[in-house]
Each structure stands twice: as C-alpha cells, then as structure tokens.
Design a protein around this ligand. Structure first.
Ligand SMILES: Nc1nc2c(ncn2[C@@H]2O[C@H](COP(=O)(O)OP(=O)(O)OP(=O)(O)O)[C@@H](O)[C@H]2O)c(=O)[nH]1
Ligand SMILES: *[C@@H]1O[C@H](CO)[C@@H](O)[C@H](O)[C@H]1NC(C)=O
Ligand SMILES: *[C@@H]1O[C@H](CO)[C@@H](O)[C@H](O)[C@H]1NC(C)=O
Ligand SMILES: *[C@@H]1O[C@H](CO)[C@@H](O)[C@H](O)[C@H]1NC(C)=O
Ligand SMILES: [Mg+2]
Length: 394
C-alpha cells in the first residue's frame, strides 16, 4: 500500500514538472529575451514579449492602503528587524537614518536587533538615538545559531575549502553558514519575534532612496501578501548543487504542499542552462537582504517540514545554501504567486544591485531604471524580469 501511494506521489510530481517545462518551452523559444539587458536595449523585440517596461514605468503609490499616517489608524503586528554585529553599528545607523526618514518616523514601528553575542552599550546607545520607536536588543540562543550536532565539522571545513576554490563567496566562513541557516529556518522562532507576524529585514550598509508614504505592513495585511521583495537575482549554482534534488525528494513525499497557483516556472526557467545544469533549477531567488514577510508562513507546517528536511540533509554546511534560495523555493512552491509582491516603488540598494523606481518620491536620489552599479556583466545576474513573466505581471 505505502509503495503504491509513494509511487503515485512521485508520478504526480513528475507530471507537475513535465507540465511546468512544457509551459515554459511552448510559450517562447527564447526566455533569455526577458533579461534586463534586452529590456534596456532592444525596444521592439521587447514590446513583443513585455507590454511595458516595469522598471521605467511611472510608479503609482498603492491606492488601496492608507497613504498618510493617521494616529487613529490601526498599525500592523510588525517589527523592523536587523541581524547585525556590534562592530557594524555605523553602517547600520546610516541605513536606519534612511529607513526612518523615508518611512518609519511616520509610522513608528519597533526595531528588533538580533546578534549571536550580546550587543555593546555603544551599539545600544547609537541605535536607540536613531529612532523614536521602541527598540529591542536580543541575543540568539546558541542552539539556534551554532552548527547542529548531526553535521560533521571536519567534513564541513573540507567542503568549505573546496567551494572556496570554486569561487563560492564566504564558503570557508562558518559564521556565514550559521547566518544562512538561521535566516533560513530559525529567526522567526526567536522568543522576541513570537509577538509579531510581519517583519522587514534591514541590513547594515543598505540604502533606501524613495519616500514611502503608506504603511508597508498594512499594505501586506490589507492585500493578503505573504512576502515582498525588491530585486531578483540568479545564484551561484556551485553553492547549491544538491538543494534542488533535496527539495524534489521532499516534494515527492509532500506533493499536496505544492500550491496549485504557484509560479513554478520561475524556478524551472531555463534562460541560463549552465545554471540549471549544475544546480538543477534556475537559481532564481528573491534577494533576501531586503524582505518584508509574514512569519506565520515560515512557521506553517509545509515550510517547517521543508526546512527540517533541508537541515538534516546538511547542505547549510556541506554546501553553502543561502537563505535567499531557501526562502524563495519554499515561497514559490507553497504559496500562491499573487501573494508574492515585487515592491517596485521601494528605492533600494545593497551593493552592487539597485532597484530605482521612476517616481517623484525618489527625488533623483538614484538612477531611474538601473539595476546594478559597476561592471556591465552584473546586468546578467538580475532576474527580476523572469519574475514578471511567471507572475504574469505583463
Ligand atoms: N550577529 C551577526 N550577524 C551577522 C553575522 N554574519 C553576518 N551577519 C549579518 O547578516 C547579514 C548578512 O551578512 P553579510 O555579511 O552582509 O552577507 P551578504 O549580504 O551575503 O554579503 P555582502 O555581499 O558582503 O554584504 C548582515 O546584516 C550582517 O550584519 C554574524 O556572525 N553575527
Ligand atoms: C523624535 O521625535 C522628535 C520630536 O518629535 C523629533 O524632533 C526627532 O526628529 C525624532 N527623531 C527621529 C529619529 O525621528
Ligand atoms: C501578532 O502576531 C503573532 C503571530 O501571528 C501572534 O502570536 C500575536 O498574538 C499577534 N499579536 C497581536 C496583538 O495580534
Ligand atoms: C539529482 O538527482 C538525479 C536523479 O535522481 C541524479 O541523476 C543527479 O545526479 C542528482 N544530482 C545531484 C547533484 O546529486
Ligand atoms: Mg550584506
């Protein structure tokens, strides 16, 4: 009996994937035409595929949310949160000032700072001076942060060295692996965060360029959004060689978790075949150094079981699985694509990528429509247009 059920599940999974591929290849022979470079250069070709260029489209603020702060309005159940080290205080305060100036002085959402070590007094002083909101300083429990016992430290160190030689950034830094694992599956279990539903992740040394005059968290709530991002990228396939296979193993046991209205094509897209070949999937992901999300999604049964399956597979240490592809795969598979929102109106930069809207609210503080800063090969790493395609934004 069990074998038959298992067989049927696998058959179902294969059918889903074959259907996904069929959808992709039957629609357009060259998905590559959706990449940003083509968007910027090939006007006519572009028009055939995308009715408009969302990067340069004049941005409207959402109409269906409160646009100005009214003290009588109910605020959402939310916090801004930042995982940060005390020594990064200056970079963080610079970013905090921009978040406060563009958004939070109007809404006063609390800030929660998290660290694997206690914060210094200087850190607390400088950050609490940068906001009028409530501030929380939290230490992460050691059993959430450190490498779990079932991972072999020797193998992890050897794998780190090997990946470093393949050019995988930070592959030999155990703290980086801890950080990626914690951000993937543990932050929302921190005792302080239990009182909150929504979070906005803010990293030190990121920039916020444009005024945000509506309550972003209420926007999420009122529009039943689960997750919001600003930039979509391709990942380094060498950092996630078995992530997709591990995901498929999990999915074949839980095919009922696959959302019928998922944007599966975003994960299966074949515009960079070399990436698919190594990683088994497109490597498309929402860049998670900015994210606004509903922690109850991550706390739900499907994502919890998904994370546990990835965790025991050991890829947070034997490879360098990032929280961005892990969040993304979980969200895209288990959630309705309409609940995932591209915040086109948020002017954002984490070196070297940018989201810069065409909006008077940006007051020319960033280069409109640009997606990167520096060498032009970076353009090929941006995959936001791939999201537009599969989310049916065009
Ligand atoms: N407390 C603490 N925070 C960390 C640690 N490692 C990383 N972080 C934080 O986690 C976030 C991501 O780390 P980054 O080093 O910026 O990683 P990244 O964005 O992939 O890499 P960059 O491109 O170099 O910025 C940042 O907010 C860091 O401050 C750590 O060991 N302890
Ligand atoms: C805090 O509130 C005071 C009084 O309204 C104001 O002058 C100050 O600029 C605010 N500080 C921040 C960081 O918003
Ligand atoms: C906020 O959300 C969390 C997580 O859903 C929930 O446990 C908590 O009760 C909520 N708080 C309020 C005031 O609604
Ligand atoms: C992924 O699974 C397929 C099918 O079982 C297998 O052929 C392939 O070698 C696996 N890839 C990796 C990287 O383990
Ligand atoms: Mg960073």
């Amino acid at each position: 009996m069990t074998t038959l059920v298992g067989y049927l599940k696998i058959l179902g999974l294969i059918a889903c994937i074959v259907f996904g591929f069929f959808q992709i290849f039957s629609r357009t022979p060259s998905v590559r035409q959706y990449t940003f470079q083509t968007l910027k250069t090939a006007g006519n070709e572009l028009k055939e595929h995308v009715a408009h260029d969302p990067y340069n489209q004049l941005v409207d603020v959402p109409r269906d949310s409160i646009l100005v702060f009214d003290p009588a309005e109910r605020r959402a159940n939310a916090t801004i949160l930042s995982l940060v080290r005390s020594k990064e205080v200056n970079e963080l305060v610079m970013t905090m000032k921009e978040v406060e100036e563009t958004f939070n002085h109007k809404f006063n959402y609390p800030w929660t700072f998290l660290n694997d070590e206690p914060f210094t007094e200087e850190f607390k002083k400088l950050t609490s001076e940068a906001t009028n909101s409530t501030v929380y300083y939290e230490t992460i429990p050691a059993n959430h942060w450190n490498m779990p016992d079932f991972v072999s430290k020797e193998l992890a160190i050897a794998a780190g060295q090997r990946m470093l030689q393949q050019g995988v950034q930070y592959a030999n830094m155990m703290s980086y692996h801890n950080m990626c694992r914690w951000n993937s599956g543990l932050f929302y279990h921190h005792p302080r965060l239990q009182q909150f539903k929504y979070y906005w992740r803010v990293e030190p040394n990121t920039h916020y360029y444009c005024d945000i005059d509506y309550d972003l968290f209420r926007y999420m709530e009122d529009n039943e959004k689960t997750y919001g991002f600003t930039i979509s990228l391709y990942d380094d396939p060498n950092s996630i060689v078995t992530l997709w296979n591990t995901t498929m193993d999990f999915l074949s046991d839980h095919i009922d978790y696959l959302h019928p209205n998922s944007a599966l094509g975003y994960l299966l897209d074949n515009s960079r075949p070399d990436h698919n070949k190594i990683a088994g999937y497109s490597t498309n992901h929402f860049w998670s150094n900015f994210e606004i999300g509903d922690m109850d999604f991550f706390r739900s049964e499907p994502y919890t079981q998904f994370f546990n399956a990835l965790d025991v597979a050991g890829g947070f240490y034997y490879e360098r699985w990032g929280d961005a592809p892990v969040h993304t795969i979980g969200l895209v598979l288990f959630e309705d694509k309409h609940k995932i929102h591209w915040f086109r109106d948020i002017g954002y930069r984490h070196i070297p990528f940018i989201n810069c809207p065409n909006s008077p609210k940006c007051k020319n503080r960033c280069p409109t429509g640009d997606t990167y800063e520096g060498a032009s090969f970076l353009a090929d790493e941006v995959s936001t247009p791939i999201w537009w395609k599969y989310a049916h934004m065009n």
